[in-house]
Design a protein around this ligand. Structure first.
Ligand code: NAG
Ligand code: NAG
Length: 280
């Protein structure tokens, strides 16, 4: 397989960094973004195949388009966009402020949308490309404790599901990766009291519930990243699955998928007579 050119957002830590390292180890080129160049580990800084870019995910569409165009010009193409940057804001609906809710959508949805929009024209011109959207188990099943986070991931899922059909004729594949709870630093800010709403009496203390999981998450991030690489390249366990939109990762996430299927099945069975009663 010819070396690929990857564009990975939020590639300074967690899944983004692991994926960047894996792609680099295969001889691929990686355009990696982070909020600040100082956040990149030395190994990436020293790797000649890593093209490091400083940007906020919430930067203006103009500046995002400029940096994507510059990356495509420098490397001749962009084969894979991985919209990895994101975070989870935890808290019940009335515990999360409007400002916090909007920022959650700015990063997880509108930022992802702007990067997607900037990359599509290049992939269309090439007649090929893969767009990987990092969603979550909570993008399948509304999560207790993270309704705003869930909503932002449902938005990503809806966008990506619809977009997959519209981009297929151009040879562009879209995949939604839905990780369960993996052992990355994702929960660290929550255990430190960041990204959580105010505390109201009567609601579950999510900081305790989720923060306490940090370090004990069931998902192995290295294996998760291996699967993501296979999804993009259509190899290994993902061979022949190029047409699959969704990839839930982890037994916890697979359980969420089963719960959702059961819910939808029950809806389809039980409310059918209501649904079918309203046509002319
Ligand atoms: C995305 O692009 C639009 C302009 O097209 C801009 O208004 C917005 O600030 C950008 N970023 C976010 C997070 O909305
Ligand atoms: C719901 O699940 C049952 C059992 O698997 C199946 O027989 C039925 O067809 C499903 N209903 C719908 C609407 O898919």
């Amino acid at each position: 397989m010819a070396p690929l050119v990857w564009f990975i957002t939020g590639a300074n830590a967690g899944f983004g960094l692991l994926l960047a390292n894996l792609a680099l180890s295969k001889g691929d080129t990686v355009v990696a973004t982070a909020r600040s160049l100082s956040k990149f580990p030395q190994s990436l800084v020293e790797n000649p195949k890593a093209h490091l870019v400083e940007t906020e995910i919430t930067a203006s569409a103009t500046s995002i388009t400029e940096l994507v165009d510059a990356a495509a010009a420098r490397h001749g193409r962009i084969d894979v966009l991985v919209n990895n940057a994101g975070y989870g804001h935890i808290g019940a609906v009335e515990e999360v402020s409007d400002e916090q809710a909007r920022y959650q959508f700015d990063v997880n949805f509108f930022g992802l949308l702007n990067f997607t929009r900037a990359v599509i024209p290049h992939m269309r011109k090439q007649g090929s490309g893969v767009i990987v959207q990092l969603s979550s188990g909570v993008g399948i099943l509304g999560a207790h404790g993270g309704p705003i986070y869930s909503a932002s991931k449902f938005a990503v899922e809806g966008l990506s599901e619809a977009m997959a059909n519209e981009l297929k004729p151009f040879g562009i594949r879209v995949h939604i990766i839905e990780p369960g709870i993996f052992r990355t630093d994702f929960l660290k800010p929550i255990s430190n009291g960041q990204n959580v709403g105010r505390h109201l009496e009567g609601y579950v203390n999510l900081e305790e519930m989720l923060g306490g999981l940090h370090g004990n998450q069931p998902g192995n991030a290295e294996l998760g990243i291996q699967r993501m690489y296979e999804v993009v390249t259509g190899t290994g366990l993902a061979a022949g699955l190029e047409d699959q939109l969704r990839f839930p990762l982890g037994s916890d996430c697979y359980g969420m998928l089963e719960t959702k299927l059961k819910m939808l099945n029950e809806t389809a069975e039980k409310v059918k007579h209501v649904s079918l009663s309203t046509d002319y």
